[in-house]
Design a protein around this ligand. Structure first.
Ligand code: AMP
Length: 190
């Protein structure tokens, strides 16, 4: 299996690049943000409990996220592989992911980190806010909070994968196709 973590701050283009990666490599897309938004739209118990964290731009507690990802992996063990998008966001989640994959005889093949300067991120999210309907895209305070949480809690996950020699950085500024080309090049080295 080809199991990829697509890593990067909010607005880096993870969702956009994920759909291209899925098309090329036929992987199962596990986007924790998309899964939460689906739960919120369907007003499930999980959606109701996650909403207050998400709308404020805070992280949903680890145990909730980890359980949701575990279910998705278990449902798709016959897949070509997985792309994890927006997960893991804490070192604790990264550890849990390694353990759950190991249970199924699997492991992470590599991590792709999309690097985009902070000003570009903010502009992209402000642009996306016009159509996304996402409460957490709507004001600068929430956007700044999400970026600060990324810097404090999620950035250390990069070190976690660097230590395992499973980390590749890609410049996330450029056309969708040129960024994707750089990603595909990295994936071919995994
Ligand atoms: P995203 O679509 O990846 O930007 O995620 C939207 C929101 O969902 C985040 O700001 C968090 O509130 C929540 N979320 C998504 N993935 C995670 C995660 N791995 N851990 C904690 N919260 C998450």
């Amino acid at each position: 299996m080809l199991n990829i973590v697509l890593f990067g701050p909010p607005g880096a283009g993870k969702g956009t690049q994920s759909s291209k990666i899925i098309d090329k490599y036929s992987l199962i897309h596990i986007s924790t943000g998309d899964l939460f938004r689906k739960h919120m739209n369907e007003n499930t118990v999980l959606g109701q409990s996650a909403k207050r964290y998400i709308d404020a731009g805070n992280l949903v507690p680890d145990d909730v996220v980890i359980g949701m990802v575990e279910d998705k992996i278990r449902e798709n063990l016959d897949a070509n592989g997985f792309i994890f998008d927006g997960f893991p966001r804490t070192v604790n989640q990264a550890d849990a992911l390694d353990i759950m994959l190991k249970t199924h005889g699997l492991s992470i093949s590599g991590t792709i980190a999309l690097e985009v300067p902070e000003e570009n991120l903010k502009n992209r999210i402000r642009e996306r806010a016009k159509t996304s309907g996402r409460a957490d895209d709507q004001d600068d305070k929430k956007i700044n909070n999400r970026i600060a949480i990324y810097n404090n809690e999620t950035a250390p996950v990069a070190e976690y994968y660097k230590k395992q020699d499973k980390f590749a950085a890609v410049n996330g500024v450029g056309s969708i196709d040129s960024v994707f080309e750089s990603i595909a090049e990295k994936i071919s080295s995994f």
